[in-house]
Design a protein around this ligand. Sequence first.
Ligand code: FES
Length: 272
Amino acid sequence: MLSAEKVVANQIVVPGSGIYKLVLEGEVAATARPGQFVHLQVGLATDPLLRRPVSIAGIDRERGIVTLFYRVAGRGTALLAGVGEQETLSVIGPLGNGFTLPQAGELLLLAGGIGIFPLFSLMDAVDRSKVKVKVLWGAENRQLLEAAGRQRLVDLALDYEVSTIDGSMGQPGLITNLLESYLRKRSLESTQQRISTVACGPPVMLKAVTEICLREGLPVEVSLEERMACGVGACRGCVCTVRAAGGTLERRRVCKDGPVFKGREVVWDAEG
Ligand code: FES
């Protein structure tokens, strides 16, 4: 689980975006699954706080390579951005549980901003000859969509729609509007295809799309993000609240019990 991975690439994707693509070669790829993450050492080995959790965006088992994306947002990720090619990174992972991979029906992917990254690995893994994949992606603006990989959706010939808060691309407004329009359209077509939904993005977006999905009777999995120290379930620094079977509230560790949870179980407004 602890390995030394070789940095094959660590580059900013678009100048000024703050988003980096990190490609690692080593042992993680052999067992990684979509939805899991790695805990990367970005500073001195003696400082556990200098690890950062980053979700796995691409898995190439044959070449032993995983691809990650991260946005520089503080000291840890700034240190990570300074790591050079051919250097070695201490990596704990792959960690956490992953997304459920549907075998039939429709898979609706809901991404908020850079929440698209973990969904990339799911798009790659799903058998699109059996599963219809639809992507709805909301972001602040066009620049973010382009920097975070809109072209990849085009290259994969995926059926996708976007929304932007500033109206610079796609439907103006929030992803919730996009989701409501899509579900309305879908119900008019009265398709019988079974639909499963996976959402990844900021908590406020996850809460809003989960409410819509549950109202419509759609199963939804959400990938939660939390600050993490140990990353392996030991410190309980990353807990969230879920409503377990029977209605009792329970604390779960995002790193170990998640990061993927059933949307209907998550208690969004629980006290931290
Ligand atoms: Fe330590 Fe999750 S980060 S328990």
